[in-house]
Design a protein around this ligand. Structure first.
Ligand SMILES: Cc1cc2nc3c(=O)[nH]c(=O)nc-3n(C[C@H](O)[C@H](O)[C@H](O)COP(=O)(O)OP(=O)(O)OC[C@H]3O[C@@H](n4cnc5c(N)ncnc54)[C@H](O)[C@@H]3O)c2cc1C
Length: 457
C-alpha cells in the first residue's frame, strides 16, 4: 500500500520516470552477483533536485531506497531487499566540465567510465581507474565501490582521484564535500568516507575527479609460463624492482582456456599462466623499462612477446576483459571473490587455493591484478547441483581463512554488499563494526538507504 502511494507521489516529482511494470522490476532486481531481489518501483531522477525530493519523500514515508548505477556490482550492493525502491542514476549521465587548465573533470554519477576516458583522450588527458567493466559501469558505482583496475598498481584506485562529491543524504539534504582543489584539510575527510560506502550513506549526484596528462608512450608485454609458481615469482620480483609497471595482470590456465573457448584471441592454451604487463611514460624511458621487465620474466622461465601495434594491444586487453564472462562456459555458476594478499605472498596464496580446490574437488580459476596482490578467485559450480554448490560455498570460508592468515583482506575492490556480509567479522574487529554502524546511523538514522548491506545480520 505504502509503495503504491510512493509511486503516485514520485510520479508528481518526476513524471514519466517511475516504473512498476513487472518486466522492468525484474531487470532491476539483480546485479552481476548471484543475489536477486524484487524492487517495488524503479525511479529515474535526472537532477540533484529530483534525487533530493525523492529521498526526502522516502525519508518521510520510511520507504527503503537503493541507489543504482549500471548494476555490474559483484556483491549484490544494488540488489533491493524487502521490496525497496530502486533509485537509478543512469539518467544523470552528463560530463559537466573538463577543466584542462586545473586538471579536473566534473561528472554526473551515471556517466559510463569509458565514456569519460574517451572524452579525455581527445584532449590528451587521462583518468587512470579502469575496472574491467569500464565499458558498462558508471562512475557513481565506481565511487560507491572504490573501484580499481589493472592500472591501480601504478596509479591507484578511484579514491585517489576523487577530489570532491555532491551527495544527497537519505533525508534529502544536499552535502558538498571537497571540490576542485587537489588539497584540503578543513575538518574530517567526508569525501574519503563516502568513497566506498556502497550506497549506504548517501546518493552521489556529482563527482569532481582529478585527471592526469596522457602518458606519451605505452609498451605491452605478454609473458607465458609452463609453471604457475614462476609467474608468481616474477610478480614478486617486478614489484620489488625499481620499475613500477602500469599494469601487471595474471591469468591461470583455467582462465586462459575459458577465454580461448569463448572467443579465440590466440592466447597460448598450453601455458599454465600468463602475465600481461604494461609500462608507460616518456618515449625515451619506456623501451628501456620494457627490456628490464622482459629480462626479469625470462629469468623466471617466461616466454615474452611484445605487442607491436595498437591492434595487438587492444586484442590482448579484450582477451583479459573477457575472462569474467568466459568463465561461465566452464560451469554455469561462479562464486567470485577478490581477495588481496601482500604481493610477496601471492605464491603461497595460489598454493593454498590449489589445495582448497583439490580438497573440495572443485574447479577454481584465478586471474586478476597480481601487481596489487589482488587475485580474483572464481569457484566454478552449478547452483542446481546442491551437493557441489554446498562444497563451493564452504570453500569460500577456507579461502578467506587462508587470505587472512597471510595478512590479506577479503575484498580488494568489489566491496561487501550482500555476499560478503556474513564474513565481515572474520576481518573487522567488533570495535570497527560498532564505529561503522554508528557512522551509518548518523547519515541514515532511519536505516532507509540500501538496508541490509555490509553489516552482518
Ligand atoms: C565483467 C566485470 C568486470 C569487473 N571488473 C572490475 C574491476 O576490474 N575492478 C573493480 O573494481 N570492479 C570490477 N567489477 C565490478 C563492478 O563493475 C564495479 O564494482 C563498479 O564500480 C560498479 O558500478 P555500477 O555502476 O555497475 O554500480 P552498481 O552495481 O549499480 O552499484 C554498486 C554499488 O554502488 C552503489 N551506487 C551506485 N551508484 C551510486 C550513487 N550514484 N550513489 C551512491 N551509491 C551508488 C549501489 O547502491 C551499490 O551498492 C566488474 C564487474 C563485471 C561484471
Amino acid at each position: 500500500m505504502a509503495f503504491k502511494f510512493f509511486k503516485k507521489k514520485t510520479e508528481n516529482i518526476i513524471p514519466g520516470r517511475v516504473s512498476t511494470g513487472k518486466e522492468e522490476l525484474f531487470c532491476y532486481g539483480f546485479d552481476a552477483s548471484s543475489a536477486e531481489g524484487a524492487p517495488s518501483a524503479v525511479v529515474r531522477p535526472v537532477s540533484t533536485e529530483e534525487v533530493s525530493e525523492v529521498a526526502a519523500f522516502a525519508f518521510n514515508t520510511d520507504t527503503p531506497i537503493v541507489p543504482r548505477g549500471a548494476g555490474t556490482g559483484m556483491t549484490g550492493g544494488a540488489v533491493p531487499l524487502k521490496g525497496a525502491v530502486i533509485l537509478s542514476l543512469e539518467g544523470m549521465n552528463r560530463i559537466i566540465d573538463i577543466d584542462a587548465k586545473n586538471m579536473v573533470a566534473i561528472v554526473e554519477p551515471g556517466v559510463i567510465n569509458s565514456h569519460l576516458q574517451e572524452r579525455l583522450e581527445d584532449v590528451d588527458l587521462f583518468y587512470p581507474p579502469d575496472p574491467a567493466s569500464m565499458k558498462f559501469c558508471t562512475l557513481g558505482g565506481n565511487v560507491a565501490e572504490n573501484a580499481g583496475g589493472p592500472r591501480a598498481i601504478k596509479y591507484g584506485v578511484t579514491k585517489d582521484y576523487v577530489l570532491g562529491l555532491e551527495t544527497v543524504l537519505p533525508d534529502g539534504r544536499v552535502l558538498m564535500t571537497g571540490g576542485r582543489t587537489f588539497k584540503g584539510v578543513v575538518g574530517y575527510d567526508l569525501t574519503r568516507l563516502l568513497v566506498g560506502s556502497e550506497g549506504t550513506l548517501g546518493i552521489i549526484t556529482k563527482i569532481f575527479l582529478k585527471v592526469l596528462p596522457m602518458p606519451e608512450a605505452t609498451v605491452t608485454l605478454l609473458c607465458t609460463y609452463s609453471h604457475i609458481e614462476d609467474a608468481a615469482q616474477t610478480v614478486s620480483k617486478i614489484t620489488s624492482s625499481s620499475i613500477i609497471p602500469r599494469t601487471l595482470e595474471f591469468m591461470d590456465h583455467e582462465s586462459i582456456m575459458a577465454v580461448e573457448n569463448y572467443k579465440s584471441f590466440g592466447l597460448p592454451v598450453n601455458a599454465e599462466a600468463l602475465l600481461l604487463i604494461e609500462v608507460d611514460g616518456q618515449h625515451s624511458a619506456v623501451s628501456e623499462e620494457a627490456e628490464k621487465i622482459a629480462s626479469i620474466c625470462t629469468s623466471f622461465n617466461g616466454n615474452v612477446s611484445i605487442a607491436e601495434d595498437m591492434f595487438s594491444k587492444q586484442r590482448i586487453w579484450e582477451a583479459r576483459r573477457a575472462v569474467s564472462p568466459a568463465l561461465y562456459h566452464i560451469r554455469p555458476t561462479k562464486i567470485n571473490e577478490d581477495i588481496v594478499v601482500p604481493r610477496g605472498r601471492i605464491p603461497e596464496m595460489l598454493r593454498a587455493i590449489r589445495e582448497i580446490a583439490e580438497k573440495n574437488k572443485l574447479i577454481i580459476a584465478n586471474f586478476g591484478h597480481a601487481g596489487d596482490g589482488n587475485i580474483h578467485v572464481n569457484i566454478m559450480t552449478d547452483k542446481n547441483d546442491v551437493e557441489e554448490y554446498g562444497r563451493a560455498k564452504d570453500s569460500v570460508k577456507d579461502i578467506f581463512e587462508a587470505t587472512l592468515k597471510l595478512n590479506g583482506t577479503i575484498s580488494g575492490e568489489h566491496g561487501v554488499g550482500l555476499s560478503k556480509k556474513q564474513f565481515v567479522g572474520m576481518e573487522l574487529s567488533d570495535v570497527s563494526i560498532e564505529i561503522m554502524k554508528k557512522i551509518k546511523n548518523v547519515f541514515d538514522p532511519k536505516g532507509i538507504l540500501n538496508p541490509g548491506k555490509i553489516f552482518p545480520d
